[in-house]
Design a protein around this ligand. Sequence first.
Ligand code: G3H
Ligand code: ZN
Length: 309
Amino acid sequence: MPLVSSKALLIHALKNHYAVGAFNANNMEVAQAIVMAAEAEKAPVIIQMSQGAIKYAGMNGIFSIVGSLAKRSSVPVVCHLDHGVDYDVVVGALRTGFTSLMFDGSPLSFEENIEITKQLVKMCHAVGIPLEAEIGKVPDSEKSHLSQEEMKKYYTTPKEAEEFFEKTKVDSLAVSVGSAHKMKIQSAVLDIDRIYEINEVVEAPLVLHGASGVKDEYVVKAIKAGITKVNFATELNKALTGSLRESLSKNPDLVDVRKYGDEARKNVVRTVREKIQLLGSSNRAEETLRFISENEYFHQHKSGNSIIE
Ligand code: G3H
Ligand code: ZN
């Protein structure tokens, strides 16, 4: 089926107390694996590309792959821009046809973040596309291991989240509650009470970034507290690269990408299926589609054109 917007998926998940998985794709095999896993689990799914992935794979190239996989799929698939830091990349993704966008203004001052997010919300809503933003900062843990004390300076406060949401009316909000990007082991400690507090004052679905570094028990608690979209990237990279490394080291003569690529793709499918089950989004595809079709708002924007084309 055609690509769908993330708006209805996240509202449905919020109302029904589960979360939708947002999985980063850097190449064709990973995008295929995400759709294969979602179909096997009968789950709605978000495929997302960061600016780095777009630089690597090309905006049109990766969008065409995701769009054509969605078209042949029986489950709802969203094509989302992850961490759009540059204004022109966000606008470029909107023009290309992405059905969900993130503007990450976390490196900016609070006021600048509000200002640019507001402009982009206006532009996106004019054509019926939802925008995710970030307040507080989910840090990068790649270079150094951050202590819990160091993590705290990145946290989102309920007060700034409330003000940010009131002023921007974003469709979903990424919050910093203890996770960090690119963690290869699951050692993050989440501040679950903080998620409850933010959820009390922000009417939009909340997003957990850096979920690769979060233990399953914490993910479940975070969803209970109000997290509705959960982002995984490093876990997929590990699944793909780990399998490739194993195949090539076991058989150094191997040169045919199809031989080791297929095994690696299967390993990503396994990982994504486990995450979908963890989030409680297995077997939700049908009810999500019903929810979309019952709610005119989600598929008609102001010009009257369908955003589920
Ligand atoms: O935006 C992407 C995610 O936050 C993924 O983070 O690589 O730590 O899973 P991760
Ligand atoms: Zn992230």
